[in-house]
Design a binder for this molecule. Structure first.
Ligand SMILES: C[S@@+](CC[C@H](N)C(=O)[O-])C[C@H]1O[C@@H](n2cnc3c(N)ncnc32)[C@H](O)[C@@H]1O
Length: 424
């Protein structure tokens, strides 16, 4: 366990210095780490609860807080003591060993003292945090304030859903098998899953995707149930010209292509993400015209023929997907919201002229902040005489805003926003 604690602490330290956990874990996996599953669980869990852990740890440091690497190691051990069933004595002993191996002078004694002090005084210390919202919900204070303003009735539910462990949600590839066939293939191996949406399923217990039957054969993709709404909402039918303007790594592109025979152009600015899109298209047996380009500058990649459907899955704060990416709440700054909202407006404005009369544009984000969603759409489209917003009837959503929810399978999705515009 001590090596996993040290590795997880190093990951948390890197995230707090501004790096994305998914990117860091991608590199760790390529390095062939035998403790990978435990390291991942400790890193994700610690970051999910980092607001509470830091508030607690501040009470426990008698002198000045230790250096960041040691704070992260203490944080990972506190996560284990607070949220897991790992035996307490093992967590503390191993963390002390990890501190010793990390080689910082004095770290071993400090880690030992802080963790044992926590075990002795846990109840009053946790009680002392009762009125501290950052500790209670483990989100930055500005984030909580923003949710209160944007969702006065639902902010606590959102914060709680953000801290829930996400399910593994899949989408059957209708070109290769039906959802029923997929459920039966899983059941034959003792893997239980329930249907969600038109083509989705949610596993009763998450497991590594590569161990599921049919992954290599392209029978399914991993995709949250909320993201699976994009393709049906866009309503593209066979023969249509479709643009997916912020497409990589292709979760929604592939769904669109599975649903109908389309002439689909997929554009993205990031060549690294487009490489993953090519892999996904190949695995699923699908084809699209893939272009590296900036959606704000169509002249560089557009062939001049209008599209019947345009999907703008705009880059955003990703504030709706915290249960899958808990590092995001510590990486974002409040000013990112306005910067991204203005960027989203530029993309939507640049793409509108590419839409054929009678055509439809679906604007989507995986954010729960109004500035990126309803406000962005209103700013771009409310005064355009040729744009009509079509009301969406999404169960559990209000004006296209789905909030992250963890309770019932039918609404077990991340936070998303959808707005459908028609060119009149
Ligand atoms: C939300 S992600 C897209 C996810 C994708 N639609 C899917 O379902 O898998 C947003 C994407 O926008 C891309 N992007 C950011 N700015 C862009 C721009 N100016 N033009 C085109 N793509 C851009 C990012 O590289 C990123 O891949």
């Amino acid at each position: 366990m001590e090596a996993a604690q040290r590795r997880a602490a190093a990951l948390v330290h890197e995230v707090l210095r501004g790096r994305s956990l998914a990117t860091l874990l991608g590199k760790a996996a390529r390095g062939g780490d035998s403790d990978a599953a435990l390291v991942q669980e400790l890193a994700y869990g610690s970051l999910r609860w980092w607001g509470r852990i830091e508030a607690l740890a501040r009470q426990l440091y008698h002198k000045k807080p230790p250096r960041a690497e040691i704070r992260c190691l203490i944080g990972v051990a506190l996560y284990q003591l607070l949220e897991t069933t790992a035996p307490e004595f093992a967590v503390v002993d191993q963390a002390v060993l990890a501190a010793n191996r990390a080689g910082f002078p004095g770290a071993k004694g400090l880690v030992n003292a802080v963790l044992r002090e926590f075990l002795r005084t846990r109840v009053p210390r946790l009680a002392a945090l009762a009125g501290d919202e950052v500790a209670r919900y483990s989100h930055p204070a500005w984030w909580i304030a923003r949710l209160k303003a944007d969702h006065p009735q639902a902010w606590q539910d959102i914060l709680e859903a953000d801290n829930a462990r996400p399910p593994l949600s899949l989408r059957a590839n209708r070109r290769r098998c039906s959802r029923e066939d997929l459920l039966a293939a899983f059941l034959a191996q003792g893997i239980l899953a329930s249907p969600v949406g038109e083509s989705g399923l949610i596993l009763a217990r998450p497991q590594p995707v590569a161990t599921l039957p049919g992954f290599v054969q392209g029978w399914f993709s991993v995709q949250d149930a909320g993201a699976q709404l994009a393709a049906p909402l866009l309503g593209a039918v066979s023969g249509m010209r479709v643009l997916d303007a912020c497409a990589a790594p292709g979760g929604k592109t592939t769904h669109l292509l599975e649903s109908a025979q389309l002439q689909l152009t997929a554009v993205d600015r990031e060549p690294g993400r487009l490489a993953r899109m090519h892999d996904n298209l190949a695995r699923l047996g699908l084809a699209a015209q893939v272009r590296a380009g900036d959606a704000r500058d169509p002249s560089a990649w557009w062939d001049g023929k209008p599209y019947d459907r345009i999907l703008v899955d705009a880059p955003c704060t990703s504030s709706g997907v915290l249960r899958r990416h808990p590092d995001i709440k510590w990486l974002r700054r409040e000013r990112d919201i306005e910067e991204l909202a203005s960027y989203q407006r530029e993309i939507a404005t640049a793409l509108w002229p590419l839409l054929a009369p009678g055509g439809r544009m679906l604007y989507a984000t995986c954010s729960v902040f109004r500035a990126e969603n309803a406000q962005s759409v209103d700013t771009v489209f409310s005064r355009r005489p040729d744009a009509r917003r079509i009301a969406l009837n999404l169960p559990g959503a209000h004006e296209g805003q789905l909030l992250p929810a963890a309770r019932e399978a039918a609404h077990n999705h991340d936070g998303f926003f959808y707005a459908l515009l028609e060119k009149t």
